[in-house]
Write a protein that binds this ligand. Structure first.
Ligand SMILES: [Ca+2]
Length: 289
């Protein structure tokens, strides 16, 4: 009997201690769950707000479509508006036509666009990057498997790039410093025409073999007071009477592809939606994170 009672007591104590343990675990789980639930809900709200930021940006793109020329290379702004407590939205819009389209070095039929390839070579040279990389990139994109340099076809993709980031797969471009030097000036989107209202110096320099840094600076000086309203106005820039006509088919005065980055923060949880859209609102790239 005593033994039985003794055992019963031990079992009861054991049960109590197990139950207490369970309750503590349970309370802890509930605490963890509700805080991750609140993070989850903040993240969901931030995602939705960032997506609506993309939506809002299409108004800017519609405006760009209607304009005969655009001269904003990059604009970043907080969006005024009430998105709820602790919620903020900011938008960055970037003219992809201010950059050199790296896919343009290969024609859609697989042939090499020698003019564009020499532009890429010139861009690399100007940025103090090994210009031979232009040949490796050409092999990476072109459909054939004939190497322009030893090993340059070994792991090639043999088709067009979907994103500038893919260049990091190419040996010689993997180096973060090299990629970081060239990435602000290149794109894989657009109509292969550079917007002379928004392109920066390295992109202007690589437009033609005849373009010097001094000439490219003339474009920048000129547009500071007079944005280009049409491409033919390039001949009004001092020094461009002849070369201006030669580059007419490589230039534009308005952006038609834009990178839109919408960043929303809700109670310190941030979500970002990045896209590349053209002015007919076709989406060429979309990334959420
Ligand atoms: Ca190839």
């Amino acid at each position: 009997m005593l033994n039985k009672e003794g055992s019963a007591l031990i079992i009861t104590l054991l049960l109590i201690s197990i139950l207490v343990g369970l309750v503590v675990d349970f309370v802890y789980d509930v605490y963890i769950d509700s805080s991750s639930l609140s993070n989850w809900s903040n993240a969901q709200r931030a995602s939705l707000i960032a997506r609506s930021g993309q939506n809002l940006s299409t108004q800017y793109l519609a405006l760009a479509k209607e304009s005969s020329y655009t001269y904003v290379r990059e604009i970043e702004m907080p969006v005024p508006g009430d998105f709820g407590t602790g919620a903020f939205l900011s938008i960055k819009i970037e003219d992809e036509n201010s950059k050199f389209n790296i896919n343009s070095i290969i024609y859609p039929n697989g042939m090499t666009n020698e003019k564009a390839l020499s532009s890429l070579k010139k861009l690399l040279e100007y940025l103090n990057i090994n210009p031979n990389l232009s040949l490796v990139i050409a092999d990476w994109i072109d459909p054939d498997k004939e190497p322009r340099l030893p090993d340059s076809e070994d792991v090639a993709k043999n088709t067009f790039l979907w994103s500038v980031d893919e260049l990091k797969l190419i040996e010689g471009m993997m180096d973060k410093n090299i990629f970081g030097k060239i990435s602000p000036y290149i794109t894989v989107y657009g109509n292969n025409q550079v917007n002379i209202n928004t392109a920066r110096l390295p992109v202007l320099v690589c437009l033609s073999p005849d373009m010097t840094e001094a000439l490219a600076k003339q474009i920048i000086d000129y547009r500071e007071t007079t944005p280009f309203e049409k491409t033919s106005s390039i001949v009004n820039v001092p020094g461009f009477e002849a070369i201006g006509i030669k580059i007419l088919n490589r230039i534009t005065v308005k952006g038609s592809n834009f990178r839109v980055t919408a960043k929303a923060t809700v109670n310190e949880i941030t979500r970002m939606v990045e896209s590349v859209m053209d002015t007919s609102m076709k989406i060429h790239f979309w990334r959420e994170g």
